[in-house]
Design a protein around this ligand. Structure first.
Ligand SMILES: [Zn+2]
Length: 323
């Protein structure tokens, strides 16, 4: 069944220079020609190519160790401004023919062109969405199973990222009996409310306890891109389920950075209060392929970069040894 969706699975002949998976497909890191080889990123998450040393990999990465508005952060009260979903317009078309799903070595990424995000008087166009495991942002101190980043770019070359936490589903499937409840003066669609838990308007948490169909559909072909540098065509992707869920919540907004080199600042972050879910089996399958791709939580916004804090601490410890 899955086989008919598989098209070309390419092994990249060589690892090309690539510096910004969170920004892949944007002006910071333009995508190669359609049909070309999938680039494999040269940075990583452990050892000397990991986030403690990103600034040493490229001169352009300096801000990774000097920036004072770096992402991810702990999304604790006071760290963000609540942005109601009503303050932005969010549209993403369905990908009825499927779309490309790539393994960049540092993340797995779905190419998704054509959606628009309008807020603060600006219009951004969707470029791609990709996944981190575990989550990069902390939900008020708590790591989540995964995090999806939807990366948008404006004509003025500004970048916005919608972050959405992904939990491990506690229900077996999305095929639950329909439940219709009244919401905001009208009846919500049954599939929207059957698996949601809503709290208040400001810190609303909309939680999907059944596997999100979009994620299960994408990850149904993840085995085909187990190796870095490979790609596969997804089955048709229906985006409305996830968009409806996101729009039912709010957004925790702040100005931060890319969470990958070159760690550029000025990124408009919108972390959704809605949560998606994957089945336990799917989570394990994806974990085996991603491994680990989460930058450590950065210092509070405006505070000194933690790597500079650590450098001072290390120098202080080493001083007696040098005597
Ligand atoms: Zn990312």
């Amino acid at each position: 069944m899955v086989g008919r969706f598989l098209q070309t699975v390419l092994l990249a002949a060589s690892a090309r220079q690539a510096i910004a998976s969170c920004a892949y497909g944007t002006f910071l890191h333009p995508r190669a020609e359609e049909g070309g080889a999938v680039p494999i990123n040269t940075f990583g998450y452990t050892g000397s190519i990991g986030p403690l040393n990103w600034a040493q990999l490229e001169a352009a990465n300096d801000v990774c160790s000097t920036g004072t508005r770096q992402s991810p952060i702990d999304m604790a009260p006071g760290a963000f401004n609540m942005v109601p979903a009503s303050e932005l317009a969010l549209e993403v078309p369905d990908f009825t023919e499927g779309t490309e799903f790539e393994n960049l070595g540092t993340t797995i990424e779905v190419i998704a062109k054509g959606g628009t995000l309008s807020f603060s008087g600006k219009v951004f166009e969707l470029q791609q969405f990709h996944f981190h495991l575990p989550s990069e942002h902390l939900d008020n101190g708590t790591s989540q199973a995964m995090e999806m980043h939807m990366v948008w770019q404006s004509a003025e070359q500004e970048i916005a990222v919608i972050g959405v936490y992904i939990e491990i589903a506690t229900e077996a499937s999305a095929a639950a009996p329909p439940v219709v409840v009244e919401r905001r003066g009208r009846f919500a669609r049954p599939q929207q409310v059957a698996h949601q838990k809503r709290q208040n308007e400001t810190g609303a948490v909309v939680s999907a306890k059944a596997p999100t169909v979009l994620l299960e559909t994408i990850f149904s072909v993840v085995d085909a891109i187990a190796a870095p540098g490979t790609k596969v065509e997804t089955p048709p992707l229906i985006m409305s389920e996830v968009l409806d869920l996101i729009k039912a919540g709010g957004f925790q907004g702040y100005s931060g950075s890319l969470t990958t080199p070159p760690c550029s600042e000025g990124v408009h972050w919108l972390v959704s209060t809605a949560k998606l879910a994957v089945s336990p089996a799917t989570f394990l399958k994806v974990r085996d392929i991603i491994g680990f791709n989460s930058r450590f939580p950065q210092n509070a916004l405006g505070q000194p970069n933690l790597l500079q804090v650590a450098a001072i601490a290390a120098a202080a410890v080493q001083a007696p040894i040098a005597k």
